[in-house]
Design a protein around this ligand. Structure first.
Ligand code: CA
Length: 239
């Protein structure tokens, strides 16, 4: 899960980075609204934590810009204790949750987890494809009751595909996401990661389809498996 933290208070940003990083989130921090917009142009995020008191831009204005772009990302706003109007306006303008400063880091983390469950996980913490389960709480993938051991990039790729399961994820987005802060990966490198991941997950009924010219799509092998099992009794000989 990639979180964008937009907060100019360096001490708070450091604390959040440390806490959320320790819980398996990958965190990018922006200390200004302008930089946040640049990051959002270059990368995909799963959740945004937005402080309304930014040095170069009103946080509510930034929120409006984000929603104007039809960015379908959950947003938690951070507001000052007396900012009742800010909170109301924030929610009205499309924030999904808010937290009043000062707050406990644990509370922010709990709210982030809850929001991610609400937005991506359906009614529980898990996204299931084939016999693979993405546990969005523990940030791990379970294959037939055992954790699937993956490299950080393989995990990032699988998480990205699982969260968009059934939809095409374009190659460019994958290249950017896997690169993190570095230069985007080449097409070849993306293909190598896809190839490796395919081999890891296919035994568990999850397939990555190539959608030519567009990208990749993860889906369960379910339908084919059902047809096979239906055909089985026909071939069987009865005494
Ligand atoms: Ca601030």
């Amino acid at each position: 899960m990639n979180i964008l933290l937009i907060e100019d208070d360096a001490v708070l940003a450091d604390g959040l980075n440390h806490t959320l990083g320790g819980s398996g989130y990958s965190v990018a921090a922006a200390t200004s609204g302008r930089y946040a917009l640049q990051l959002l142009d270059a990368q995909d995020f799963d959740l945004i934590v937005l402080d309304l008191g930014l040095p170069d831009m009103d946080g509510l204005e930034l929120l409006r810009k984000l929603r104007h772009r039809k960015l379908p990302v959950p947003i938690i706003i951070l507001t000052a204790r007396d900012g009742v109007n800010d909170r109301i306006q924030g929610i009205e303008q499309g924030a999904d949750d808010y937290l009043t400063k000062p707050f406990e880091l644990r509370e922010l983390e709990a709210r982030i987890n809850a929001l991610i469950r609400r937005c991506y996980g359906g009614f529980n913490n898990n996204i299931v494809i084939g016999r693979l389960i993405l546990d969005t709480y523990q940030h791990q993938v379970i294959a037939e009751d055992q954790p699937l051991i993956l490299s950080a990039r393989e995990y990032g790729l699988l998480e990205m595909l699982l969260m968009q399961a059934g939809k095409v994820v374009c190659k460019d987005r994958i290249a950017q996401r896997l690169a993190g802060d570095g230069d985007a990966l080449t097409d070849n490198a993306v293909e190598i990661y896809i190839h490796r991941l395919r081999k890891r997950i296919e035994p568990y009924g999850a397939v990555i389809r190539t959608v030519r010219g567009l990208g990749y799509l993860l889906e369960s092998e379910g339908k084919e498996a059902t047809i096979t099992s239906l055909q089985e009794p026909v071939a069987r000989e009865y005494p």
